[in-house]
Write a protein that binds this ligand. Structure first.
Ligand code: GLN
Length: 305
């Protein structure tokens, strides 16, 4: 299959729609300023073949895509012990919802909603790891130095009232071991990491390689095959919040989105791809990114189903 032709076609078809659908995430002031008429797409196959189109080399705020890296880092060390603090069920609620936490006694439904990622950040601190380890890990996976966007991190810290509420709520149930401020410092910084579509398509590669390092030879496995399979399952069921059912129905791939407008998708055993366009639909997923993934699976016939 000529992936470059497929990606070029998708970028051309979507260009007229840029700026016509969705809205940027204006609840984080630093993200509200991102120009909306941008679109990038990049993929990397299991064997290292790459293709990319549009603004694939423009860094953007990875936001909740970072939940993939923090979860992987925690799972590597804790394996099944991680699930003592975090569930594995879709929430069917917005990513920042508080409602289930009360009835479920401070145990987040899954690691991909905000409460779950905050609980993962607490586990990382318990392992002696922190924000710089998440950053270094993502850089190690894509093979390039990457950085926090200090302005985005500060913007979230200044306005992240819901995340503060979620963390305090979990703390009140005794489900966070560390100080709320320390846990949120990890969480806000991991969300502020800036990466490009190409870097994210590379970094996620372990998920289409049974846990082997995305860049291949010489590197140790990132996680084992069973763990990779489980992360893919969680991405499919929980990676796009309360749109996960729609994504499974219309796209049929494990996906993880972020409110920066990026979505990482996995075709197990075949390839990983990343799409990016800043305007979001009502569920907090990139509106054009979602269309791009629909076009990609329609044109290639790739799906887990
Ligand atoms: N940093 C964002 C928040 O906590 C991440 C949410 C997202 O990308 N869905 O609200």
């Amino acid at each position: 299959m000529n992936y470059q032709t497929v990606l070029d076609d998708i970028a051309n078809r979507l260009a007229p729609l840029l700026g016509t659908e969705g809205r940027v995430a204006d609840y984080i002031p630093a993200l509200a300023r991102v120009p909306v008429r941008q679109f990038g797409i990049a993929l990397r196959t299991r064997d290292g073949v790459e293709a990319a189109a549009g603004d694939f080399d423009t860094p953007f705020s990875i936001q909740s895509i970072s939940k993939l890296f923090s979860l992987t880092l925690a799972l590597r060390r804790l394996d099944d012990a991680l699930w003592q603090r975090i569930g594995r069920e879709p929430s069917g609620n917005p990513f920042n919802s508080l409602v289930q936490l009360e009835t479920e006694h401070g145990v987040p439904r899954n690691p991909f909603i905000n409460a779950g990622a905050i609980a993962v950040a607490d586990r990382l601190l318990a392992l002696g790891l922190g924000k710089h380890d998440v950053l270094a890990f993502a850089g190690h996976l894509c093979g390039e130095a990457i950085a926090f966007d200090a302005e985005v991190a500060a913007s979230e810290a200044a306005t992240g009232f819901r995340n503060l509420a979620l963390a305090n709520f979990m703390k009140s149930f005794g489900k966070l071991d560390h100080a709320v401020a320390d846990v949120l410092d990890v969480y806000f910084h991991q969300c502020s990491i800036a990466m490009t579509c190409r870097q994210l398509a590379r970094a996620a590669g372990y998920l289409c390689r049974d846990g082997a390092h995305p860049l291949g030879g010489g590197f140790d496995a990132v996680i084992n095959e069973r763990q990779a399979r489980r992360i893919n399952a969680l991405m499919l069921t929980c990676g796009t919040y309360d749109a996960a059912g729609e994504f499974a129905f219309c796209i049929g791939l494990p996906c993880k989105s972020g409110v920066g407008g990026g979505i990482v998708a996995v075709v197990p055993d075949t390839l990983t791809l990343c799409v990016w366009s800043p305007a979001l639909d009502a569920t907090g997923n990139s509106a054009i990114g979602r269309r791009a993934l629909e076009l990609f699976t329609a044109q290639t016939g790739l799906s887990v189903f």
